[in-house]
Each structure stands twice: as C-alpha cells, then as structure tokens.
Design a binder for this molecule. Structure first.
Ligand code: SF4
Length: 216
C-alpha cells in the first residue's frame, strides 16, 4: 500500500472489519447512480428508491431526456423538491449526452475537466459531482458528506474546514484508490446512520474505543 495516514487508515480498517466491503453504490447502472446522486439531495435514501422504482425498467438517459418536464416531475415526486430535481436531472443527463451516454468515453477524459464540467451543471454541487465521478465512473475522488463532517468534528479528525479541505485531507492521507474511497465513504455513511447520528449512539459503535467524543 502507498502513503497512508495512520489515524485515517486505522479508522478505515476498524470500520471495514466491522461492516465489511460495502460495494457501493446501490444501483443497477452508472446512469442510475447519476440519477440517485441528484435525487438524494436533501432527502432520505428510501424516497430516492421510490422515485427510481417509478421508472420501472425505463431509467435510461434517453427516456429522461425525452420525457416532458411535467411527466418527469410526477415520476420523481417521492424524492421531494421535484420541480427543481426534474430540471437537475435534465441538465445532468444533457451533460452525459455530450459523451454519447458512454461511460468509457467519460472515463477517458481528464478527471479535473470532468469535475469542472459537472460542477458547472445545474443542480450539481461538490458532493453530487464527486458521488457521480466516483460511483458512476470510478474516478478516485473522495466524497465528503454531512456524516463525514460530523465524524471529523467528533472523533476528531483534524481535516480542516470546508468541503475541499476535508476532501484533500482524506485523499492526502489515503492510498489514491477509487476502491478505498468508495468503501470508506460508504462505511462512514453506514456508521453515521447506525451510530454517529445527530444524537450519537456510541454504544456498539466500532470506533468507540478510539473516538474522543465517546461517552462525553
Ligand atoms: S463513538 Fe460515538 S461520537 Fe464517536 S464515532 Fe462512534 S457514535 Fe460517533
């Protein structure tokens, strides 16, 4: 293994020993990852699943591009903010269309340009862009979300403030690997849902022995 930060690596290994390899993202196709990454903004994952189920076997980028906005809005209603999100789905799908809806065509492009393009796409912020780049296209880019920030605050992990600082800290202290970033982010999310919630449930948390916040 390459350059590793001791504390982060220890956290990663502890979570991995507890939860295993999670093989995210829960989606059938890379395009479904893109759709899920947009729909999950400000809502629970269960609502995203309901919205995606409304497409049946027809969650193809062509179908989303061809759907009229009213129809699309109706389909994704369970995910909330449906007017905005329908427009966001259209814009992210238009971005994908530039590459012929071809995953390998995107993978051949330089990462930095793909990230810049996605960030310039309506409805795509940093977390959504990195989720798409990592989980749909396999680029090694670390995803920072609210669970990551909370873990950093509590443990604590001195990762700095703000999305880009935290992302850089994780990337700078871990092997540069889409596989590691994939699993680590997924592990942080699952531990955040099970233990490191708004009100932490430290009992049984795999990090409880090393976490400075435990029992405080
Ligand atoms: S021990 Fe408590 S505060 Fe620390 S990571 Fe686990 S749940 Fe969060």
């Amino acid at each position: 293994m390459g350059r590793m930060g001791g504390k982060l690596l220890a956290i990663y290994e502890t979570l991995r020993a507890h939860y295993g390899e999670l093989h995210w993202w829960p989606a059938k196709t890379p395009y479904e990852v893109m759709v899920g990454a947009v729909l999950t903004q400000n809502t629970a994952w269960g609502n995203v699943e309901k919205a995606i189920a409304n497409f049946g076997d027809d969650l193809a980028p062509e179908a989303v591009l061809n759907a009229d906005l009213t129809e699309l809005t109706h389909m994704i209603r369970p995910a909330g903010f449906f007017n905005q999100k329908a427009a966001y789905l259209k814009s992210v799908t238009q971005w994908f269309e530039k590459y012929g809806f071809d995953v390998t065509a995107v993978q051949r492009e330089p990462f930095a340009r793909m990230r810049t393009e996605l960030l310039a796409t309506k409805g795509v912020g940093r977390e959504t862009a990195d989720s798409i780049l990592l989980y749909a296209f396999g680029f090694p880019t670390f995803v920072v979300d609210a669970y990551t920030v909370r873990l950093c605050d509590r443990y604590p992990i001195d990762a700095g403030k703000g999305y880009e600082a935290i992302k850089a800290h994780f990337e700078g202290n871990l092997e540069r690997s889409a596989e590691v970033y994939n699993n680590f982010h997924a592990l942080i999310v699952i531990n955040g849902k099970e233990h490191c919630k708004k009100r932490p449930a430290c009992e049984g948390c795999p990090l409880s022995e090393t976490c400075g916040r435990c029992g405080v």
